[in-house]
Design a protein around this ligand. Structure first.
Ligand code: KIV
Ligand code: ZN
Length: 516
């Protein structure tokens, strides 16, 4: 399959840029590199690694990713100012394949209120930014922000100018998730019919999910002739998120009869990548989420179970294996050795380094002591936890609680903070409150708890609890996750994980560019 094939759709992943703009989804350098490597393995064509001028952290992450990634194109976003474009060009410099993605808003509302520019000034800025970017990089993408609410005559004018100035890709974002499939189809068709040099560029879609139509709109654009789709893993992104990569790719693969387009995605890597992004961002995937939700391949009703047992095609339009879900349910037990543990993790798509493997194996043994059957889901929760805690400044050591109806509820907590183990006892309104008060006593902070959510990873009373905690401080939001057979330990781990993310976020300079 070549990218020149007229039915080949390029997958442009923006998990590390638009996805990171989700409330709570802060990622540190190592985490971004890990996701970029997973995206490359997944087979995405373009990785938008960040917005170089927005912060030192973004710049460094793009630069580090550009050094490592060999097969995917590495891209940085930039506004139309030359300083932005310079920063983007510098950040992607080490990449084997690189792209600058420059954008400016073109809708009447955005031009007037946000940019305070006239349409003619915006037109000039398009030409200046694209031609300047082309001097620094051969591969330039241009986006008309709020494209779906842009006057059509003006849109044709700026798209033609951007292509003439050297843009090889023209992206038409539905920035506010406002369009509907038939309208977006017409918009792309209109550009193909009216812009004289449109055949010199690849048309691209970038849809937000405010009305739950991001995937449907993206597919409509493909049917109209777009050959690049911008999307994120698990659909994370600003507000209601972006079009979900896994949904677009599996829709194209499953309904090739109706949509004869191909992507270069190794779909067997989808589940693993989804889990990695959920673990790193702390943004849990809802159970009924298409393709990657815990229930996506589960059959509950007797009639459905009977049908699937007779022939899976009765109620399954794609196989679990096609997205990398393994068939085997019960995997390891108390007597399993390290070799079997490593092999099973590899089967699930995880290749941990020696130290992480040692730690994960120790925790697996602890878990096997408490829980009779160890399912794939247990191992995944355990490894996700391991991945999260690897670089944390604050680490969970031990917890003992006194709880029950008599009170007072008490938590005796040990944390390691920057390598020093500290211990305290605190009371609270219930054991969770007591544990969280103990964290506050050991590491004073003013962040407020915005969400506390508990899920059982598997069935049964010995199931592991997976807890999500959301904290907010000075307008910054972070999510943390923790898993354990003891719900209070899981909750404490989740809080500590969120706190570590907050520390990462505090270090980041205010994202100037995002406010412009
Ligand atoms: O949604 C949007 O318009 C964007 C652009 C910067 C491409 O994310
Ligand atoms: Zn966007």
């Amino acid at each position: 399959m070549t990218t020149n094939d007229s039915n080949r759709v390029l997958i442009f992943d923006t998990t590390l840029r638009d996805g990171e703009q989700s409330p709570g989804a802060a990622m540190n350098l190592d985490e971004k590199i890990r996701i970029a490597e997973a995206l490359e393995e997944l087979g995405v064509d373009v990785i938008e690694a960040g917005f170089a001028i927005s912060s030192r952290g973004d710049f460094d992450a793009i630069h580090a990713i550009a050094k490592r990634i060999k097969n995917s194109t590495v891209c940085s976003l930039s506004r139309s100012a030359r300083a932005d474009i310079d920063a983007a060009a510098e950040a992607i410099k080490p990449a084997k394949r690189r792209r600058i993605h420059t954008f400016i808003a073109t809708s009447p509302l955005h031009m007037k209120v946000k940019l305070r520019m006239t349409p003619d000034e915006v037109y000039d800025a398009v030409i200046d930014s694209v031609s300047y970017a082309r001097k620094l990089c051969d591969d330039v993408e241009w986006s008309c922000e709020d494209g779906t609410r842009t006057d059509r005559d003006f849109l044709c004018r700026v798209v033609e100018a951007a292509i003439k100035a050297g843009a090889g890709t023209v992206n038409v974002p539905d920035t506010v998730g406002y369009t509907i499939p038939s309208e977006y189809f017409d918009l792309i068709t209109m550009l193909k019919n009216r812009v004289p040099n449109i055949d010199k560029a690849r048309l691209s879609t970038h849809c937000h999910n405010d009305l739950g139509l991001a995937v449907a709109n993206s597919l409509a654009a493909v049917a109209a002739g777009a050959r690049q789709v911008e999307c994120t893993i698990n659909g994370i992104g600003e507000r209601a998120g972006n079009a979900a990569l896994e949904e677009i790719v599996m829709a194209l693969r499953t309904r090739r009869d109706a949509m004869p387009y191909r992507t270069g995605i190794n779909t067997e890597n989808i589940t693993k990548t989804s889990r990695l992004v959920a673990a790193i961002t702390g943004m849990a995937v809802q159970n009924n989420k298409a393709i990657v939700g815990a229930n996506a391949f589960a059959h509950e009703s007797g009639i459905h179970q009977d049908g699937v047992l007779k022939n899976a095609a009765t109620y399954e339009i794609m196989t679990p294996e096609s997205v990398g879900l393994s068939q085997s349910k019960i995997v390891l037990g108390k007597l399993s050795g390290k070799h079997a543990f490593r092999t099973k993790l590899e089967e699930l798509g995880y290749d941990l380094g020696d130290n992480a493997l040692k730690d994960a194996f120790r925790r697996f043994k602890d878990l096997a002591d408490k829980k009779r059957d160890i399912f794939d889901e247990d191992l995944l929760a355990l490894v996700d936890d391991e991945i999260q805690t690897e670089n944390e400044r604050i680490r969970f050591v031990a917890l003992e609680v006194v709880c029950g109806s008599r009170g007072p509820q008490k938590a005796d907590l040990e944390l390691s903070i920057d390598g020093v183990v500290k211990r305290t006892t605190a009371t609270g309104d219930g054991p969770v409150d007591a544990a969280f008060n103990a964290i506050k006593a050991l590491y004073p902070h003013v962040a407020r708890l915005k969400l506390f959510q508990v899920n059982a990873v598997t069935e049964g009373t010995d199931a592991q609890a997976e807890v999500t905690v959301r904290l907010e401080e000075d307008g910054r939001t972070v999510n943390g996750q923790g898993a354990d057979t003891d719900t209070l330990v899981a909750a404490t781990r989740a809080y500590v994980n969120a706190l570590n993310r907050l520390l990462v976020k505090r270090e980041k300079k205010a994202p100037e560019a995002l406010r412009a």
